[in-house]
Design a protein around this ligand. Structure first.
Ligand code: NDP
Length: 400
């Protein structure tokens, strides 16, 4: 039977890769809903191609003109406006599979709605687990949802784990696992002189050596906050203590992560750096389906290298470990402050090297409380954004 698929964040980079894999498997899925924030034209083009039942523009209010434009273009999808519609299409009875690929904190509520409705969730939006790990995982377990990681590192770990651990919806039996090793490319500034980092531009930060991604996650990869967020994601997804999760720089991005077992065996997952690989894995699981990725040619690559991350070059990684150890709402504060700082950097308002300063300021100004429900986490997110915006303003004033 074909499964109904909702793609949250369909106009983004993960959304595009998902729809690319889908197009290689006609008849396997029926597109139930596609969502965008404000990119109406891009959403319309996707609707004409994939004919979903619903199309959502979550960042826009009711707009009769747009509704008419969609209809006159031959689009038969029902157009919904506003953030509430995301939760509706994530939890609808006709949605079987949910690709959670919205960027940032905005992805949490709809992904959680999908978890509470017992959906099969393909999770790209790592921020959901960073902000709300414990109760998100509880919702997955208690509501019978199925969580399949799409982030390439977590998907790799998932593939390396014993089947019985991987089959238990994220509640892995981790007794045999000594360590999880998350690999990181080190981004575009891995080897740049430290004194150059104060003057790097947004375009330089977004020019990732191996992956083509959205701009926010590209900056996160450069600062290695992305890896910090992934450490937190792994902690909840695989139910493993922070000290058993390590980060290893592997510049070629061929090994996507490794699992070390208590007998000394280390299992790794390899592929060319192409998000269609983990997406196809999650879409097809437990079957393997074709992804469109170019096959790996290790002889052509020749050398795989590894190094430890330099804490001076990548202070955001240390901030993420600290927030994870502090617990409660600290990871949500870290995430929100990072979003504010990265947006200010991308807008040309903040130096690249000031990103960790803004996050530290927010972590100090918005002390952690218990994170026991969506409201507390969203409140911490709001407070952190105010603190981080003040931090950005103070640093801009100093620079002027
Ligand atoms: P993009 O920036 O390319 O796309 C983001 C998508 O989310 C777009 O569809 C966008 O709509 C929508 N969106 C943006 N803001 C909001 C909002 N406030 N409310 C609702 N929808 C919104 O992001 P990526 O595809 O790169 O990343 C998506 C997620 O996947 C992130 O959490 C990222 O960390 C994770 N991820 C991405 C990887 C990658 O290779 N790109 C790899 C691993 C994980 P619109 O077009 O209208 O703005």
């Amino acid at each position: 039977m074909t499964q109904g698929l909702t793609v949250l964040g369909a106009t983004g980079s993960i959304g595009a890769s998902t729809l690319d894999v889908l197009a290689r498997h006609p008849g396997r899925f029926r597109v139930f809903a596609l969502t965008a924030h404000r990119s109406a034209d891009a959403l319309l083009a996707l609707c004409l191609r994939h004919a979903p039942r619903y199309a959502v523009l979550s960042g826009l209010q009711e707009d009769a003109g747009l509704r008419r434009r969609f209809a006159e273009s031959g689009c038969r999808s029902e157009l919904l406006f506003g953030a509430q519609a995301l939760e509706r299409v994530a939890s609808d009875a006709d949605c079987d599979v949910l690709m959670a690929a919205i960027v940032g904190a905005a992805g949490l509520a709809p992904a959680l709605a999908g978890a509470c409705a017992g959906k099969r969730i393909l999770l790209a939006n790592k921020e959901a687990l960073v902000m709300a790990g414990p109760f998100f995982m509880r919702a997955v377990r208690e509501c019978g949802a199925r969580l399949l990681p799409v982030d390439s590192e977590h998907n790799a770990v998932f593939q390396c784990l014993p089947q019985e651990a991987a089959q238990s919806s994220g509640r892995a039996s981790m007794k045999a696992v000594r360590r999880i090793l998350l690999t990181a490319s080190g981004g575009p500034f891995r080897a740049a002189p430290l004194e150059r980092l104060g003057s790097v531009t947004p375009d330089e930060a977004c020019a990732h050596p191996n992956w083509a991604m959205g701009r926010k996650i590209s900056v996160d990869s450069a600062t290695m906050m992305n890896k910090g967020l992934e450490v937190i994601e792994a902690r909840w997804l695989f139910d493993v203590a922070p000290e058993r999760i390590e980060v290893l720089i592997h510049a070629q991005s061929i090994i996507h992560s490794l699992v070390e077992f208590i007998d000394g065996s280390v299992i790794a997952q390899l592929s060319n750096p192409d998000m269609r690989v983990p997406i196809a894995h999650a879409l097809g699981f437990p079957e393997r389906i074709e992804s469109g990725a170019v096959p790996l040619d290790l002889a052509a690559i020749g050398t795989l290298t590894f190094e430890r991350p330099d804490p001076q070059r990548f202070p955001c990684l240390g901030l993420a470990y600290a927030a994870l150890r502090e617990g409660g709402t600290a990871p949500a504060v870290l995430n929100a402050a990072n979003e504010v700082a990265v947006a200010a950097f991308l807008d040309g308002k903040l130096r690249y090297t000031a990103i960790p300063q803004v996050i530290e300021h927010a972590l100090r100004s918005a002390p952690a409380t218990a994170a026991d429900c969506l409201e507390t986490v969203l409140e911490a997110d709001r407070r952190a954004r105010v603190a981080a915006s003040n931090g950005v303003a103070a640093l801009m004033g100093r620079a002027a």
